[in-house]
Design a protein around this ligand. Structure first.
Ligand SMILES: Nc1nc2c(ncn2[C@@H]2O[C@H](COP(=O)(O)OP(=O)(O)OP(=O)(O)O)[C@@H](O)[C@H]2O)c(=O)[nH]1
Length: 211
C-alpha cells in the first residue's frame, strides 16, 4: 500500500518524472493534486519549469517522486527541453475536451525521443475527464496511440475531481521499481482502475513476481 509520512525525509529510490503537453491541459493542476490534493480554477500558466516532491511508500520502500512540471507554451520550449534528459518517466498530458492537444501528443513524444534518455518510461494522460459532455477525444483512440507508441498506459484523469491522479503517479513509480529489478506486489485498487477507466498496456513483470 502507498502512504506518506511527512516527518520522514529518507528514501530508497528517487525517480524523476516530467510532465509535458500543450498549454492549459492541466499539468500544474495534476501535480498540485498529487502533492496536496488541491485544485485551482484559476491556475496561472507555468513559467519555464516548476518542481515538486512527494515521497510514497510502496511495499515498504520509500520512493521519492521528483516531479518536473513544464510550461506548455512554445516560448519556453528551449528551457523545458533541457530537463528531459534526466527524467526517468514522462507523463504526456492532453485535454480530453480539446482534440488539438491530443493531436500534439506525437510531437511531444518525438521531442522526448530527441532530448530524453533512451529508456524513459512514458504514460499518456487524458485530463479533464470531469468534462464528459465536452469530450473530443475518445479513450479508445488514446489507448491505440499509447499501444502503438510503446507507452506504459493510457489513463484519463480529473485534477478537479481528484480522479485517477494518485493512481497515475503510483503506476509510474511501480513500473520504475520493476524496471530497476524490484518485484512489487499487485496493487488491487490500481488494477481495478486500469480495467474500468483506463487500459494498462504493460501489465507484466519479469522474474519471480507477477501482476
Ligand atoms: N474542468 C477541469 N479543469 C481543469 C482540470 N485540470 C486543470 N483544469 C483547468 O485548466 C486550466 C489550465 O490548467 P493548468 O494546470 O494551468 O494547465 P497547464 O497544462 O499546466 O498549462 P501551462 O502551465 O501553460 O503548460 C486551469 O484553468 C485549470 O483550472 C480538470 O481536471 N478539470
Amino acid at each position: 500500500m502507498e502512504r506518506e509520512d511527512p516527518q520522514n525525509d529518507s528514501f530508497d529510490f528517487l525517480f524523476k518524472i516530467i510532465l509535458i503537453g500543450d498549454s492549459n491541459v492541466g499539468k500544474t493542476c495534476l501535480v498540485q493534486s498529487f502533492k496536496s490534493g488541491l485544485f485551482s480554477e484559476t491556475q496561472q500558466n507555468t513559467i519555464g519549469v516548476d518542481f515538486t516532491v512527494r515521497t510514497l511508500t510502496i511495499d515498504g520502500r520509500r520512493v521519492k517522486m521528483q516531479v518536473w512540471d513544464t510550461a506548455g507554451q512554445e516560448r519556453f520550449r528551449t528551457i523545458t527541453q533541457s530537463y528531459y534528459r534526466s527524467a526517468h518517466g514522462a507523463m504526456i498530458a492532453y485535454d480530453i475536451t480539446r482534440r488539438d492537444t491530443f493531436d500534439s501528443v506525437l510531437r511531444w513524444l518525438h521531442e522526448l525521443q530527441r532530448f530524453g534518455a533512451a529508456n524513459v518510461l512514458t504514460a499518456l494522460i487524458g485530463n479533464k475527464r470531469d468534462l464528459e459532455a465536452e469530450r473530443q477525444v475518445q479513450f479508445a483512440d488514446a489507448c491505440k496511440l499509447a499501444e502503438e507508441q510503446g507507452m506504459l498506459a493510457a489513463l484519463e484523469t480529473s485534477a478537479r475531481e481528484k480522479q485517477s491522479v494518485e493512481e497515475a503517479f503510483v503506476m509510474m513509480a511501480r513500473q520504475l521499481l520493476q524496471q530497476n529489478g524490484l518485484c512489487v506486489t499487485p496493487d488491487t485498487d490500481t488494477h481495478v482502475l486500469l480495467r474500468t477507466n483506463s487500459r494498462a498496456i504493460v501489465t507484466g513483470c519479469h522474474g519471480n513476481c507477477f501482476i
